[in-house]
Design a protein. Structure first.
Length: 608
């Protein structure tokens, strides 16, 4: 959710912090602030609004210093106000703190502090934390932070400056991600990797309960009990240019057009016509694969829709009993987990709070956990038994596009691996499917070349405020994803249904002002879906069809047809999702919406 950047070193800290916060804008936020230590005192500046507003605020202000911290806030406790914006300070101005996460027992702590005469100017849990630290502090920062961790319940990533210590800052991490950057003569921290990329590719991901002291060129880390620990250094294989727009008007446009490359990267080194090798992070032997009877797929949002696609291919390619659930529901259900169950957790960031909680539940029940994520050092990647990385590179736009493509690729690799090595697929059929999967990046790039056709459709239909999306079989989850994209970035009300369910309620919504977008490739359910199109057409709803090349019949039924290349039914989601992403993008652009940072949304959802 919130974005955090910390720096100590010879550079002017204001520029480092502002640039770092800009690189974290994709996380979603409503206010921004920074604190700078000038060697004698700590100056705090914060605004309601964007990082650009903060930059305007500090322009011309004497904020010289080489130690500081910045923050972008996504409101949880208290409204969007300057008082609630970060950083927060204690009553004596000794400590300044920024915080990502939620402290669940903050009201009890606040009551205790108020009974001692401590006053508060905000409604946030974060101000409670810094004032509790001030009460606890006994002259020993490590001992005080250890005690602070014992008192706090919930999740938090804290970065703390002390007026009495102009040489470095402290970090505390529980539940919310925090990354340290390593380079000679400088020290960095951030809530994600992009702010660090201009300066270093060597990072340390703090683990649960860690306390860190960051000084120029050095880092010391302790566990939650104050014992010194070593954490591995990870080399990031992204570069700065991968986190830039590269000439595109928005990150989302760039990321949509990277999807052929992303799919190729996800498959590279893992797939050939003779087999699937998921890599050294997946530790399965033949006995384990043959023992499996059930597979649970668990995720949120777009990742959940990727799992719904995977459910269909797993049912087709394996004999496993497949279950798909939303993480926020799964974690509270009485799921049956045994030695014969593989639980797969899919999260773009690897920090999704509900998905992490669901994974921990399965582990506590003795289940085997596979994580599918885009971030090697993420919490999910560290906690699961086995890991399958997307290799998609940084995704900055809040609305997931290229990571959805990477997730589909990874999940299809999983399905093919299980079907092939368990003997559910005969070798000839498995090899044929592998060949089809290997060709898909080129097919994806063919679809991307048709963006002009999709833009024309968006120009025709961008004025409508309600849409119904329909699909069947493999196309149903894609309809769900298409409706989500339209909602996320254009703020257009859109619902998606399995096409056969339309007559069980949604048909009541149909009228000339409610277009129906139907995903209808030439597959085994084509005729069934066509019947549903006719039902919608009879209610005078405009029909927009995503249909296969060479399908002449759909021209008689639809008001507008967006063409996609024909492909094998099981591979159609890779192809049909692209025009839906492009349609949402162009509609949002035509309606003047903020595309990369849609309102109320965050890239990494680290709270329940």
């Amino acid at each position: 959710m919130c974005g955090v950047v910390g720096y100590v070193g010879p550079r002017k800290v204001v520029g480092v912090i502002l640039e770092g916060l800009r690189r974290l804008e994709y996380r979603g936020y409503d206010s921004a602030g920074m604190a700078v230590h000038d060697g004698f005192s700590i100056r705090v500046e914060k605004v309601v609004g964007k990082v650009s507003d903060l930059a305007s605020r500090v322009e011309g202000i004497n904020l010289d210093g080489t130690l500081g911290v910045g923050h972008t806030r996504w409101a949880t406790h208290g409204g969007v106000t300057g008082e609630n914006a970060h950083p927060h300070r204690d009553q004596d101005g000794r400590f300044v703190l920024v915080h990502n996460g939620i402290v669940e027992n903050y009201l009890d702590i606040r009551d205790q502090l108020e009974s001692r005469g401590v006053s508060f100017y905000s409604q946030t849990d974060s101000e409670v934390v810094v004032k509790l630290l001030s009460q606890i502090y006994d002259g020993d920062m490590l001992r005080s932070l250890t005690e602070l961790g014992r008192r706090l319940e919930g999740s938090y990533a804290l970065v703390i400056l002390s007026k009495d210590d102009p040489g470095g800052f402290y970090c505390v991490r529980k539940g919310s991600p925090l990354v340290l950057g390593l380079t000679e003569g400088e020290g960095f921290c951030a809530s994600d990797v992009p702010p660090l990329l201009p300066y270093t590719k060597d990072v340390i991901y703090l683990e649960e309960g860690d306390i860190a002291e960051v000084r120029p060129g050095s880092v010391r880390i302790w566990d939650k009990d104050g014992r010194p620990v070593e954490r591995p250094v990870h080399r990031i294989d992204w570069d700065v240019s991968m986190a830039e727009k590269d000439g595109y008007p928005h990150y989302m446009a760039k990321e949509i057009h990277e999807q052929g490359t992303v799919l190729r990267s996800t498959l590279k080194g893992r797939l050939s016509e003779s087999g699937v090798d998921l890599g050294d992070d997946v530790h399965w032997d033949g006995d384990f694969l043959r023992s499996l009877r059930r597979i649970n797929l668990v995720a949120c949002g777009t990742s959940y829709y990727a799992c719904l696609v995977a459910e269909r291919v797993l049912e087709r390619w394996t004999s496993l009993d497949v279950k798909v659930d939303i993480a926020s529901e799964y974690r509270y259900r009485d799921v049956k987990i045994g030695a014969d169950t593989l639980a797969v957790f899919v999260s773009q960031s690897g920090e999704t709070a509900d998905t992490l909680a669901a994974q921990r539940k399965v582990r506590s029940l003795g289940g085997r956990c596979l994580g599918i994520t885009n971030v090697r050092g993420s919490t999910l990647a560290r906690e699961v038994h086995d890991l399958l990385l997307l290799k998609a590179g940084p995704e900055i736009g809040v609305a997931a596009t290229k990571t959805f493509m990477g997730q589909l690729g990874a999940l299809y690799l999983l399905a093919l691996k299980l079907g092939w090595e368990r003997g559910d697929l005969n070798p000839v059929e498995a090899s044929r499917l592998a060949y089809g999967l290997l060709k898909l990046p080129y097919e994806v790039e063919r679809v991307l070349e048709r963006d002009g056709d999709v833009k024309a459709a968006a120009e025709r239909f961008c004025g409508y405020d309600d849409f119904l999306f329909l699909g069947r079989g493999f196309s149903y989850p894609i309809a769900l994803e298409g409706a989500l994209k339209l909602k996320e970035i254009s703020y257009v009300h859109a619902e998606a249904y399995a096409a056969g369910e339309m007559k069980h309620g949604p048909i009541a919504l149909l009228e000339p002002n409610v277009p129906v977008m139907v995903v209808i490739p030439k597959d085994g359910l084509y005729e069934k879906t066509l019947s549903n199109v006719q039902e919608a057409r009879a209610r005078k709803s405009p029909i927009v069809a995503v249909a296969s090349d060479g399908d002449d019949l759909i021209d008689q039924m639809a008001d507008w047809v967006i063409r996609i290349p024909r492909c094998e039914e099981c591979f159609s989601p890779f192809i049909s999702v692209i025009p839906l992403q492009q349609f949402a993008y162009h509609v949002a652009q035509l309606r003047g919406c903020e595309i990369d940072q849609p309102r109320n949304l965050a890239k990494s959802v680290t709270v329940e």
